[in-house]
Ligand binder design. Structure first.
Ligand code: ATP
Length: 247
C-alpha cells in the first residue's frame, strides 16, 4: 500500500480509500462497495470526519445493548471486512457476539474470501457460509442467513446495510444497531439505535464503551439504552450535516 504521511490533512479518508481499493483487489469488496464508499465519504466530509456528540451517545447505548443481548451478531459485508476486520473481531470479543458474513451481492467466492480475511485477523468462528435459513420478505439470495446466527439473534449490528434487508430484519423483531453515515437512509431510519458515524471510528468506539461498561449492572445498562433517543440522534446528525461548519 502507498505510504500516506500521518499528518496529511485527509489521512483518514485516504487510508479508508486505500483499504477499500485493496478490498476490491482481494475479492472482498464489490464494485458496488466502491460506490457505497463514495456516498459515505461525502456524508463524512460534511460531518467534519469526526464522531459527533450524539454519535458517541449512540455508540455507548449500542455497547450497552450488546452487553444485554442474549445472542448478538455483528453482520459483516465487503466494505466492513476491508475497513475494520480486526476491530470487528475485537468488538465481538468484548461483547461476546458472533460474526456473520452477509452480502448484498452474494457469491460463494466472496463469502469465502471475507471469512478467510476475518480468520487472518483473529476471528475464531465466522458464520454466514451455512446459509440454512431465510429472512422472510426479501428475495432468495439476499435473504440467506445462518440459522444459528442472524436468524436466531435478538440483537444485530448492521453496518452499511441496505434498506430492504434492514426493514426485513426489523419485521422479524430484531433489535438493529445500524452504523450508517447517512441519517436519512432507510437503514438508519429503521434502526433501534442509529449510529451516524464512519464505521472506522464507530466500531473501535463501541469496543471501548463495552470495556468500560463490562462490570455495570443490568439495571444501569438498561437505563443507558432507555435514555437514548433515536429521533433526537437522527435529527442531530441531519442538523450537523446540513449546517456543518467546515473550517
Ligand atoms: P438505503 O437503502 O438504506 O436508503 P442506500 O441504498 O442509499 O441505503 P447504499 O448505497 O446501498 O445505501 O449503502 C451505502 C450506505 O453506507 C450509505 O448510506 C453510506 O452513507 C454508508 N456508508 C458508506 N461507507 C460508510 C462508512 N465507512 N461508514 C459508515 N457508513 C458508510
Amino acid at each position: 500500500m502507498t505510504e500516506i504521511p500521518e499528518d496529511h490533512p485527509r489521512y483518514e479518508s485516504l487510508l479508508t480509500r486505500h483499504r477499500i481499493e485493496e478490498g476490491v483487489e482481494k475479492g472482498i469488496t464489490s464494485k458496488q462497495g466502491l460506490i457505497a464508499q463514495g456516498r459515505g465519504e461525502a456524508f463524512d466530509y460534511l460531518l467534519g470526519e469526526r464522531t459527533t456528540e450524539s454519535a458517541a451517545e449512540a455508540e455507548r447505548a449500542a455497547a450497552a445493548k450488546l452487553l444485554l443481548a442474549d445472542h448478538a451478531v455483528l453482520s459483516v459485508n465487503g466494505n466492513v471486512a476491508a475497513l475494520v476486520p480486526g476491530e470487528t473481531v475485537e468488538l465481538a470479543e468484548a461483547v461476546g457476539a458472533d460474526i456473520e458474513v452477509n452480502l448484498f451481492n452474494r457469491t460463494e467466492a466472496r463469502m469465502q474470501a471475507i471469512a478467510d480475511h476475518l480468520h487472518e485477523h483473529g476471528a475464531a468462528d465466522v458464520k454466514g457460509l451455512a446459509a440454512d435459513a431465510l429472512i422472510p420478505g426479501i428475495d432468495h439470495e439476499r435473504a440467506k442467513v445462518d440459522e444459528d446466527g442472524i436468524y436466531d439473534a435478538d440483537v444485530v449490528v448492521v453496518p452499511l446495510e441496505d434498506g430492504d434487508r434492514a426493514e426485513a430484519l426489523a419485521e422479524m423483531g430484531k433489535t438493529e444497531l445500524v452504523i450508517d453515515l447517512n441519517p436519512m437512509s432507510r437503514s438508519a431510519q429503521t434502526a433501534t439505535i442509529p449510529i451516524v458515524d464512519n464505521v472506522i471510528r464507530a466500531v473501535p468506539n463501541m469496543t471501548e464503551y463495552a470495556r468500560e461498561l463490562q462490570n455495570t449492572s443490568r439495571e444501569e445498562l438498561e437505563a443507558i439504552v432507555a435514555e437514548f433517543d433515536r429521533e433526537e440522534a437522527l435529527e442531530a446528525a441531519e442538523r450537523a450535516i446540513r449546517q456543518g461548519d467546515l473550517d
